[in-house]
Design a binder for this molecule. Structure first.
Ligand SMILES: Cc1cc2nc3c(=O)[nH]c(=O)nc-3n(C[C@H](O)[C@H](O)[C@H](O)COP(=O)(O)OP(=O)(O)OC[C@H]3O[C@@H](n4cnc5c(N)ncnc54)[C@H](O)[C@@H]3O)c2cc1C
Length: 409
């Protein structure tokens, strides 16, 4: 299928590599070019704040495919190459080196970039961000040398880095303007759960304060907080969020609104251009609205789904969002969405103090989101409960002795 055609994928990471794999699996025999600006073949990012940063897993484990995969599947992998523009009329992309590559169908999997805090001292050595393999390698070396680490931001990245820093024996101060870590994502009670997990591992949490500047000579020596406190630090890690890499799409005149806007087939406003992964704000029929999901499973699944759409499939993308996080001996999975106003009840199954529990967010009796902490092999049932949308028996949902599968209609 597709003989004589060329499909081009911009962004050689998880979504892009999954799309390339899916195109070949689904019988695409045309030319296939995967272009990425990083020097490495596509890799997964979760290990960068977990196994790799902890020094427990080699970089090799992070790669999406073996080196030979691209050759064996006839995927032209152009690394170290930035796409600088899309010419929709000529159906060509321009590359940093000046080349142009034509396409019949184009997939944008350009992902996200970190938001940088622009405060005095931002350019000092020792101030780190974490997005790429190179970032993780540099940060690992800094953490291995111990010392004092200040983490700015109590989101998932900040918390996972705190756990890695403690693992390497560094002393850690975590600074978060909200009253708890993960406050906006999980709310105060579960935010406090994570705060306690970190306190128990010796992290000094400074909550309700921000940072105003980094100070030092050539390298950072301290962080100044909004309450005037000075926190000594040899290493600062900033994890204050990410933003989608939409510049190419904007310049090409595609519809962009908190990501590249795509329909349920992951098609942009140009029928020959698709988008998937962190960069895509996709209409999800399960939710009846657009969602931009910045997680591993979404990148993997949407990459594959976009490939099928590029081949003409009319199967909409309806997956329920899913992600995971590991910190010390606390592993969790989260499925669904529970934004404010989208739930009216919360049910716990098990005691958070035991660090083995599930929590469910309900709307009109049906489960809209669920999180399992150190309880395993349940996320498929949780996702099935969310998909069904049917009201569940609250008492049985709360009872760890009742199998979650038995509640799925
Ligand atoms: C440290 C870390 C830990 C994480 N942990 C978890 C976790 O535990 N669980 C979870 O669910 N998710 C996690 N995530 C999120 C997950 O990794 C992302 O959702 C996923 O990487 C998104 O994949 P993507 O392919 O859409 O984009 P990205 O991974 O962002 O890749 C996009 C690629 O496109 C390239 N690119 C961009 N513009 C251009 C251009 N113009 N030309 C050429 N190339 C370009 C970029 O350089 C990049 O290589 C983590 C992320 C990070 C950074």
């Amino acid at each position: 299928m597709g003989d004589g055609q060329r499909f081009v994928i911009v962004g050689a990471s998880l979504a892009g590599a999954s799309a390339a794999e899916s195109l070949r699996e689904n019988g695409f025999t045309g030319l296939l070019t995967l272009i990425g600006e990083e020097p490495y073949r596509p890799y997964e990012r979760p290990p960068l704040s977990k196994g790799y940063l902890l020094g427990k897993e080699p970089a090799d484990k992070a790669y999406v495919h073996s080196e030979s995969f691209y050759r064996e599947h006839n995927v032209e992998l152009r690394l170290y190459t930035r796409v600088t523009a899309i010419d929709r009329e000529a159906k060509e992309v321009s590359l940093g080196g000046g080349d142009r590559v034509g396409y019949d169908k184009l997939l944008l999997t350009t992902g996200s970039s970190v938001v940088r805090l622009k405060i005095p001292g931002a350019e000092l050595a020792g101030v780190h961000y974490l997005r790429s393999l190179d970032d993780s390698e540099k940060l690992k070396q800094a953490l291995e040398s111990g010392g004092q680490v200040a983490i700015v931001g109590g989101g998932w990245i900040g918390l996972e880095v705190a756990a890695a820093a403690r693992h390497h024996g560094a002393s850690v101060v975590l600074i978060e303007p909200q009253p708890t870590p993960l406050h906006a994502v999980l709310g105060p009670e579960l935010g406090e759960f994570y705060a306690q997990v970190h306190r128990d591992h010796g992290v000094d949490l400074r909550l309700g304060v921000g940072v105003t500047e980094y100070t030092g000579g050539d390298a950072v020596q301290a962080v100044t907080l909004t309450d005037g406190t000075r926190v000594p630090a040899d290493t600062v890690v900033v994890g204050v969020g990410i933003r989608p890499n939409v510049e190419l799409a904007v310049d090409a005149g595609l519809l962009v609104d908190d990501g590249v806007v795509v329909d349920e087939y992951l098609r942009t406003t140009d029928p020959d251009i698709f988008a998937a992964g962190d960069v895509a704000n996709a209409h999800n029929p399960q939710y009846g609205r657009h969602l931009r999901v910045q997680h591993w499973a979404n990148a993997k699944d949407q990459g594959a789904a976009a490939a099928r759409s590029m081949l003409g499939s009319d199967e909409p993308f309806t997956k329920v969002p899913y992600f995971f996080s590991d910190q010390y001996d606390v592993g969790m999975e989260y499925s669904g969405l529970h934004r404010p106003g989208e739930y009216d009840d919360v049910v716990y199954r098990g005691d958070p103090a035991s660090r083995e529990f599930c929590v469910f967010w309900l709307k009109e009796g049906g489960v809209v989101a669920g999180m399992n902490v150190n309880v395993w092999d349940v996320h498929s049932d949780i996702r099935a409960l969310i998909k069904s949308g049917e009201p569940v028996d609250r008492e049985r949902l709360a009872d760890p002795a009742t199998s979650l599968g038995s509640l799925v209609h």
